[in-house]
Design a binder for this molecule. Structure first.
Ligand SMILES: Cc1ncc(COP(=O)(O)O)c(C=O)c1O
Length: 492
């Protein structure tokens, strides 16, 4: 039985609205539900039992619900009890084309995928005959402006750490000039000591999130619980602007705040970080840290400072990349006078790695940027299909457009509930939209109430709610989402 999930906007009205829009989703997911379908509580009895059993062998304490991936479709995630929820969280922002996308299914069934999957290569030593073409037709086809090279990795954290290594090795090579490694370096490095082990560092920003492996975790500054008990590099942290909303009412204050942060960044670089900072890493929107935005001119300021002080600028597009912000890469919104030195990716691309432009960022000796797999051709094939689907269906423009629609509708909606939702952000940033709950408890209640009405949605930072729908999300999904949000806020 389909349970009604709408109070102010009826399911029938939403289904009617849904019909008005023809889109990528309607052509590739003709069987996608038009509204959430709820049969039980979420999680229901089957899912609860499966999760209890799973807990015997796997740490499942973060599980929202057990998912039926076989029956998830497009923008709708199915749980083990057959409930179908509109998913605007999409596996922590990592499903680009919707669940069970037919183009991905097709490549999954191809001979080239079978070959890639069952003969997983050690790519740096035994690259396949077609790896260059797969990269050129996919990951490299989507390279950010000014970038022509890529190093592939396995996860977002790994992408960032390989970029850090590239930065450290090139900075050291430049300091060393034409000479080779010396005895002192070769001996000291085996004791984890300078000068062989670099004393340079990576600068990151307050509230940043760049991953949870040892190196990346030292640049992560979003939540203490991520870092506690893990050894950390003593690397510097610069302030990230805390903007006030609505932006148009706080132009001067926000400008001052961004200038303050830029000044402090430069103070750190010329002060205790002098000569020591190999690279700076920054997210276009600090996602895990609360969806914190800054203006294009702030990022241009960061770029200018890095160029002035010979610090590499790494833009972490692990969460912002692949069309979600209405540009393929979010940093394209900045119109930088000089492109960043490296751009890291993962999540919605399924494949991970970093793009770069200076060929010297490839270390002078082989085997230094290295591990067994160095990426995964099967993921490069998936990434290729993702690029092709985005191009063929204009999904960058479509996401920009549905994002505007959603932002406007949510803004109007929140005006009715000022005590429950504030600081909406992400205007002109596609569907990369977020807002704040008054506090963490309120947010938890809001998220659970949304789930109970058939929307899977995520939080970030202390009390923010973030939208991370797929690129197959259209105006009809936006209407369903806004209808349910309105119902939930009305009941809170
Ligand atoms: C901006 C950013 N960088 C890096 C990462 C780490 O990626 P992974 O979890 O794949 O290691 C994340 C993950 O959420 C992220 O949002």
């Amino acid at each position: 039985m389909l349970r009604s999930v709408h109070r102010t906007t009826s399911a029938a009205r939403i289904a009617q609205l849904a019909k008005r829009y023809s889109s990528y989703a309607s052509s590739v997911f003709p069987d996608e539900p038009s509204v959430p379908q709820l049969k039980t509580e979420v999680p229901g009895p089957i899912g609860t039992q499966l999760n209890t059993n799973l807990g015997d062998v796997f740490d499942n304490r973060a599980a929202y619900f057990v998912t039926d991936y076989y029956n998830s479709i497009g923008n709708y995630i199915s749980d083990a009890d057959g409930n179908k929820l509109l998913d605007v969280y999409m596996q922590i922002a990592s499903i680009g084309l919707g669940y069970n996308n037919p183009a991905l299914k097709q490549v999954a069934k191809s001979d080239e995928m079978t070959t890639a999957l069952i003969n997983r290569p050690a790519l740096a030593c035994f690259p396949g005959v077609d790896y260059q073409k797969v990269l050129e037709d996919g990951i490299l086809k989507a390279a950010p402006p000014g970038m022509t090279k890529v190093w592939t990795a396995t996860t977002g954290s790994d992408a960032n750490e390989t970029a850090f290594k590239a930065a450290f090795m090139l900075q050291a090579a430049r300091d060393r000039g034409s000479r080779d490694f010396n005895q002192q370096e070769l001996i000291s490095v085996m004791n984890n000591e300078a000068p062989g082990a670099s004393e340079k560092c990576i600068l990151s920003f307050d509230k940043a999130f760049h991953g949870r492996l040892f190196g990346s975790l030292s640049t992560t500054r979003s939540k203490a619980i991520h870092k506690l008990d893990i050894p950390a590099f003593p690397w510097p942290k610069a302030p990230f602007p805390a903007l006030k909303y609505p932006l148009k009412d706080f132009e001067n204050e926000n400008k001052q705040e961004e200038n303050r942060c830029l000044e402090q960044l430069e103070d750190i670089i010329v002060g205790k970080g002098k000569g020591n900072i190999a690279a700076l890493i920054v997210e276009p929107v600090q996602s895990e840290g609360g969806d914190n935005h800054a203006s294009a001119s702030f990022f241009q300021g960061v770029r200018d400072i890095t160029l002035k002080h010979n610090i590499f600028m790494i833009v972490d597009e692990v969460q912002t990349g692949v069309a979600a912000t209405g540009k393929f890469w979010a940093h394209e919104h900045w119109n930088l006078s000089t492109p960043p030195d490296m751009v890291t990716f993962s999540k919605k691309f399924q494949a991970a790695g970093f793009y770069f432009r200076d060929p010297e960022l490839q270390p002078r000796q082989a085997y230094r940027q290295f591990n067994t797999w160095c990426g995964d051709p099967s993921k490069a094939l998936i990434a290729r299909t993702i690029v092709q689907e985005i191009e063929a269906n204009n999904l960058v423009a479509a996401t920009a457009s549905v994002g505007d629609y959603l932002f406007n509708n949510l803004s109007s909606l929140f005006e009715k509930y000022p005590g429950h939702a504030s600081n909406i952000r992400g205007q002109n940033m596609g569907t990369f939209i977020a807002w704040d709950s008054p506090n963490a408890d309120h947010r938890a209640k809001f998220l659970l109430a949304c789930r109970a009405k058939g929307v899977n949605i995520g939080g970030c930072g202390e009390a923010a709610i973030r939208l991370r729908p797929s690129l197959a999300f259209n105006e009809s999904h936006a209407d369903v989402l806004c209808g349910i949000i309105e119902n939930v806020l009305g009941e809170m």
